[in-house]
Design a protein around this ligand. Structure first.
Ligand code: PLP
Length: 468
């Protein structure tokens, strides 16, 4: 670790007592409890070694050894305002002191204010919000709304997508996390989305990719039976599966196809909403208006679990006199909503959207272009705002991925070595298959951002060693 990355000297335990770092006893206790009793997501339990985290502030967190990590993945791309943002912490504390919970069939000031704020920044006539506990259930409810309104059942979603881990959401998912969960919701069909670097149709320009991806989607609609399709769901910018930015005209084309065939267009903005690409909602950047937008994560940086569906007037109107068949005990939880309202205040006061666009264009884009020119392992770089992918290859001519699709164990070693080099130098990277993503908190300072990119630059030298 470099000296500048080991800044904090202490942490506060849950009884309020302060401890110096490093703290071997604290580390051992957390590890012991975790290994004995915590069952972790997506893991073979005996094969993992979760890092005990003692403290976090802004874009940095510390382990009990006193090592500092600059968080280049914002935890799970949710920590948009960084750790321990004073305004969010105060909002939660204040709400806990006045009304810690209230059930969803009653009206709450913070729930109403957050819904109004969201409606104000949502595109078109999307002006009602159904609140959920997170992203997966937001997608579940969006699909349920589409099915109720259309009287149809099937949903189309993309290969190379993630929509959550509950029954319908995992069925919608177009990555290997779905495989062990099949069959679940049987009424889902997948299609290919645009991916310029690895075009499914051999396109040679963004325009061609748009045209071919839309022709393919229309074929899927026709062959699956337009009259059976309730919804098309897609991530506005595909997140975990590659930061795939849609080429010009693609989302407009999806909108047109949805209209032509009477299909509900659901934009999954769980990862990209709330500032990640420098807009409240990513669809605003592309100038399209879906029928439903799902969100979670950045709405309150995940300080308290919260997600939701933003609903167009047409779909909301269907439920004016017909009861919506769904609900959650914690829908619109006041602690979560208070943190959401505070998020709006911070974004507006501190010009978060503007700074994300500025840092993306002025700092990240040129630096990644430089890394691509310098490192033979870098096949492609792409992104917007503070959301970028560096796609690593064995060979730039053949574009063979540095590690195979869905690699694990020894096959994934090159990416493991890259990640280890990042951590060694104080950066916690996002690594998925043959990519690393640059997705730091939106409050990251320019100095921190440059320092993190320097570390990635150095770690790419390790990846270069695996090229052929
Ligand atoms: C695009 C997208 N949709 C849905 C989800 C699921 O959200 P959650 O984990 O809150 O259920 C995620 C989570 O990473 C996501 O990235």
């Amino acid at each position: 670790m470099t000296d500048t990355l080991t800044a904090t000297a202490s942490y506060t335990d849950r009884h309020g007592a302060s401890h110096a770092l490093p703290d071997a006893a604290g580390d051992a206790q957390v590890r012991a409890d975790d290994r004995a009793h915590v069952f972790h997501s997506w893991s073979a339990q005996a094969l993992i070694d979760p890092l005990p985290v003692a403290a976090g502030e802004g874009s940095t967190f510390w382990d009990y050894q006193g090592n500092a990590y600059l968080d280049f993945s914002s935890q799970l791309v949710n920590l948009n305002l960084g750790h321990q943002h004073p305004d969010l912490v105060a909002a939660i504390q204040q709400q806990a002191g006045r009304l810690a919970t209230i059930q969803p069939s009653m009206a709450s000031d913070v729930r109403g204010e957050l819904a109004r704020r969201i409606a104000e920044v949502a595109p078109g006539d999307l002006d009602k919000v159904f609140f959920t506990n997170g992203g997966a259930d937001a997608n579940e409810y969006a699909v349920r709304m589409a099915r109720q309104v259309t009287g149809r059942r099937k949903v189309l979603s993309m290969y190379r997508s993630y929509h959550g881990s509950t029954a319908t959401a995992i069925s919608l998912t177009g990555d290997p996390r779905r495989w062990a969960n099949e069959p679940s919701d049987g009424s889902v069909a997948h299609f290919f989305g645009p991916y310029e670097y690895r075009s499914a149709w051999g396109s040679t320009s963004p325009e061609e990719e748009t045209a071919r991806a839309l022709a393919h989607l229309e074929q899927v609609i026709v062959l699956e039976g337009a009259s059976t399709i309730a919804a098309i769901i897609l991530e506005t910018v595909v997140g975990t599966n590659g930061v795939l930015v849609p080429p010009p005209g693609y989302l407009q084309g999806v909108r047109e196809l949805a209209d032509r065939y009477g299909i509900v267009y659901i934009a999954d903005e769980v990862m990209v909403g709330f500032g990640r690409i420098g807009e409240w909602f990513a669809v605003n950047h592309f100038g399209v208006t879906p029928d439903l937008i799902t969100f979670a994560k950045g709405v309150n940086s995940g300080y308290v679990p919260l997600g939701g569906v933003v609903i167009s007037q047409r779909i909301a109107a269907h439920f004016d006199t017909v009861a919506f068949p769904g609900g959650l005990t914690y829908s619109g939880h006041p602690l979560a909503c208070a943190a959401g309202v505070a998020t709006f205040e911070v974004f507006e006061r501190d010009g978060i959207l503007e700074r994300v666009r500025d840092l993306g264009e002025r700092v990240v884009a040129p630096r990644l272009a430089e890394l691509q020119a310098k490192h033979p392992s870098v096949g492609d770089v792409r992104g917007l705002g503070l959301f970028w992918a560096i796609e690593l290859v064995k060979n730039r001519e053949t574009r063979e991925p540095l590690v195979p699709f869905n690699a694990s164990g020894a096959d994934a070693a090159p990416m493991g070595a890259f990640a280890a080099a990042c951590k060694q130098n104080g950066v916690s990277p996002f690594v998925h298959f043959n990519r690393t993503h640059v997705a730091p908190p939106l409050v990251i300072t320019e100095d921190e951002l440059v320092r993190g990119l320097d570390v990635i630059d150095e770690a790419l030298t390790v990846a270069d060693g695996y090229t052929a």
